[in-house]
Write a new protein. Sequence first.
Length: 302
Amino acid sequence: MTLTEEIRALKRQKNAVILAHTYQPGPVQDAADYVGDSYGLSVEATRTPADVIVFCGVMFMAETAAILNPSRAVLIPAPDAGCPMADMIEPADLVELKNRHPGHIVICYVNSTARIKALSDICCTSSNALKIVRQVSPDRGIIFIPDRHLGSWIEEQTGGKMVLWNGCCPTHARITPAMMRDAKQRHPGAAVLIHPEAPKESRDLADHVLSTGGMCSLVEKDPGTDYIVATETGIIHTLRTRNPSKRFHAVSDRIVCPNMKKTTVELVRDTLRGTAGVKVTIPEETARLAVRSLREMLRLSA
């Protein structure tokens, strides 16, 4: 029995579904039932009839799936796959920020821990953050955490000001203007897509600022055939799989998230076997509070 066949058999046996983020290694994406961005994965997690969700991503994503699906077992094959951005703000930091800005609405990026979501009013992803912020009354101040780059991009689009936390994605922060210019020289005429987690000076050199899901949607509809992609390199596999007649170039082969690469197909199989991975558990009170911000996200994004 091949590895692929074994995974399929184990899924049937366990009534399991495999969800994978677009930054996951190509073989993991190929083994998944659904591949998407953080928002798409959040929605898919609530729709699946499976008893077991094997979440191929980083811990905050698996936590989100567990919070939204308390009756299902959510397993993460690589439990040490963390997110440096999520670790850049602690609950005590957010409490202090709220005390300094009473009455402000707290919008937390999904790249945050369950404890931070529990202290927030609304959660968001890069694909729905702008839509959500635009629905908040301009009379209400907004605390936006933890990504200052995504926050600054939202400010540019709305013309408003928010209280931003000084967090960022170390992987996207490595995307420099020099890197962007070099890629454009190597691939003249290619449309340049960049993630809003990248710094402003690099975003300003792109044609489109989009979430990973937004990139996939644009490419599928766009008549163009050549693209420079300025985000984590894993998405190149997703784009090529869905658009085999088009050409995709990573802005740099160095834009790799080490945590996203910790999951392997062998770990996925072993998680289904019960010999690897862990079940994601959230303290009951934390989950009860955190689910409110996630449900508000889903409501405002509908």
